[in-house]
Design a protein around this ligand. Structure first.
Ligand SMILES: NC(=O)C1=CN([C@@H]2O[C@H](COP(=O)(O)OP(=O)(O)OC[C@H]3O[C@@H](n4cnc5c(N)ncnc54)[C@H](O)[C@@H]3O)[C@@H](O)[C@H]2O)C=CC1
Ligand SMILES: O=P(O)(O)OC[C@H]1O[C@](O)(CO)[C@@H](O)[C@@H]1O
Length: 387
C-alpha cells in the first residue's frame, strides 16, 4: 500500500506518517523543504519519541520523499499510483497543493481505475472539502463528473500535540502519546483504508467541533494569554493560576455550548476538558506560545476556534460568552513581530481602529453583541486588567 502525504512537518511525520507506517503503508512525503526531503531519502526512516515519562521510541520506516518544487512530475506520477493521499500543510497552503493534486488525479484517470481518497488533516472545519473545491477549480466540467465517481475527499478531525522540534536529529519528532483521528466515512469512496487509529464516523460535525472548540480554543487562549503575560511556553502559562482559570472558564463556555448542541453527557465532557488541560500542562513538551498562537488572522476567522464557538454560544446558549470574548480580545492584542499575521493585525488596529478591524477579519456583523463584548475586554486588557 502506498500513501502520498503532503507536508513532512510536525504532524506529517509525528502523527500521520507514524500511523501509516504502523498500518503497513509505504509513505511518500511531498514537501518543499529540501533539507527534510533529502534526509528522508537518505535515511528512509525516522524516530518518533513519546513526550512522557516513558520516552518510548518508534522507528518509522518505509518512507521516502519528493520535493514538489524541483520534481513536480514525480508527485503527479506517485499520486497516479497511490492507495491514499493525505495532507497536513496548514489551511493556507491547501490551495497551493491543489494544482499538483489535480494533475495527479487527471493522470490517474488515464492509468489507474482504482478509487482514491484524499484526506486533509488540518485544524479546520471542512479541510478536505476546501481542498476539493480548489482542485475542482482547476478541472473541466467533464473531468468533474469522472472525479466524482473515482475520488473522495472525506473531511477529518486530527488531534495530537506536536510542538516545533529542536532536536539534533532533524527527522526525529517528539509527540504526545495521545491522538485522535476521525474521518467522515460518508464522503469516502471505495474500500476504507485499513489504518489502525482512524475512527470512521457518519457525522463528523460533533467530533470536529468538540475538538476544535476545546483543544484548539483552549490552546489558542492559553497562547494569547501567555503572550500577554510575557510567558514563553504553554506549560509555563498553565502554571499561572490566573491563566489556567481563564482557560478553564473559556472551556466551560464552549462545553456548555457543545453539551446543549449535541446532547453530550456533561460529566463526560468535563472529563474531556480535564484531560485536555492536563495535555496543555505536559511538562515533557516545551511548546512556544508563538507556535500555538501562530496566524492570528486565520484563528480569528468566522468558522475558526474563537469566533465560531462565541457566536454559536450567543445563538444557542443565549448568554454572553465573556471568557471567549476575553480570549478573542487577547488574540487582537497578539503582536508578535515574528508572525506576519500578528504584524498585519496590529497595523490594521493602529490605522483603522479596533472595531473596523474586528469586522474586517472576523466577518461578524453589527447585529451581534459579540463585537461590543470583545471591545470591552480589549479595553480592560489594555489597562492591564486580566480577570
Ligand atoms: N502540530 C500539531 O500538533 C498539529 C497540527 N495540525 C495541523 O497540521 C497542519 C500542519 O501543521 P504542522 O505539522 O504543525 O506544521 P509544520 O510547519 O510543522 O508542517 C507543515 C509542512 O508543510 C510543508 N509545506 C509547506 N508548503 C508546502 C507545499 N506547497 N507543498 C508541500 N508541503 C508544503 C512545510 O515545509 C512543512 O514541512 C496544520 O494545519 C495544523 O493545524 C493538526 C493537529 C496537530
Ligand atoms: O496548527 P494551528 O491551527 O496553527 O494551531 C495550533 C494548534 O494545533 C495544534 O498544534 C494541534 O492540534 C495544537 O497544538 C494547537 O491548538
Amino acid at each position: 500500500m502506498l500513501a502520498v502525504h503532503f507536508g513532512a512537518g510536525n504532524i506529517g511525520r509525528g502523527f500521520i506518517g507514524s500511523l501509516l507506517y504502523q498500518s503497513g503503508f509505504q509513505t511518500c512525503f511531498v514537501d518543499v523543504n529540501s533539507e527534510i526531503v533529502d534526509l528522508l531519502n537518505e535515511k528512509q526512516a525516522y524516530r518518533v519519541v513519546f513526550a512522557d515519562h516513558s520516552q518510548e521510541e518508534l522507528l518509522i520506516k518505509n518512507v521516502h520523499a519528493v520535493n514538489s518544487k524541483s520534481d513536480p512530475d514525480k508527485v503527479v506520477e506517485t499520486i497516479a499510483q497511490a492507495d491514499l493521499v493525505t495532507a497536513a500543510v496548514g489551511p493556507n497552503i491547501l490551495p497551493l497543493i491543489s494544482g499538483l493534486i489535480a494533475q495527479g488525479l487527471r493522470k490517474r484517470i488515464q492509468t489507474n481505475d482504482q478509487p482514491l481518497n484524499i484526506i486533509a488533516c488540518e485544524n479546520m472545519i471542512g479541510g478536505s472539502t476546501l481542498l476539493k473545491e480548489k482542485v475542482y477549480e482547476k478541472i473541466s466540467e467533464e473531468e468533474k463528473k469522472m472525479f466524482n465517481q473515482r475520488f473522495g475527499f472525506p473531511d477529518a478531525a486530527v488531534d495530537r500535540i506536536v510542538p516545533n522540534q529542536t532536536n539534533e536529529d532533524k527527522l526525529m519528532v517528539m509527540v504526545e502519546p495521545f491522538y485522535e483521528w476521525a474521518v467522515d466515512q460518508t464522503k469516502m469512496i471505495g474500500e476504507k483504508p485499513k489504518i489502525e487509529g482512524i475512527t470512521f464516523v457518519d457525522d463528523l460535525k460533533p467530533y470536529i467541533e468538540r475538538k476544535l472548540f476545546t483543544v484548539n480554543t483552549g490552546h489558542a487562549v492559553a497562547a494569547y494569554l501567555g503572550y500577554y503575560a510575557g510567558i514563553k511556553t504553554i506549560n509555563e502559562a498553565m502554571e499561572q493560576q490566573g491563566i489556567k482559570t481563564l482557560v478553564e472558564k473559556t472551556l466551560q463556555e464552549t462545553g456548555l455550548l457543545l453539551v446543549q448542541k449535541y446532547s453530550f453527557d456533561m460529566d463526560t465532557h468535563k472529563e474531556y476538558i480535564a484531560k485536555i488541560l492536563s495535555r496543555f500542562s505536559n511538562p515533557y513538551i516545551s511548546d512556544d506560545v508563538t507556535r500555538v498562537g501562530r496566524s492570528p488572522i486565520r484563528k480569528l476567522g468566522l468558522n475558526d476556534r474563537l469566533i465560531n464557538p462565541a457566536r454559536q454560544y450567543v445563538e444557542i446558549v443565549k448568554e454572553e460568552p465573556v471568557y471567549l470574548a476575553k480570549g478573542i480580545a487577547t488574540a487582537f492584542l497578539y503582536d508578535y513581530q515574528g508572525d506576519d499575521e500578528a504584524v498585519e493585525l496590529k497595523d490594521k488596529i493602529n490605522s483603522q481602529g479596533l472595531e473596523a478591524t474586528i469586522y474586517e477579519y472576523t466577518k461578524l456583523t453589527k447585529e451581534t453583541v459579540l463585537v461590543d463584548l470583545i471591545i470591552n475586554q480589549f479595553t480592560l486588557l489594555k489597562d492591564g486588567i486580566l480577570v
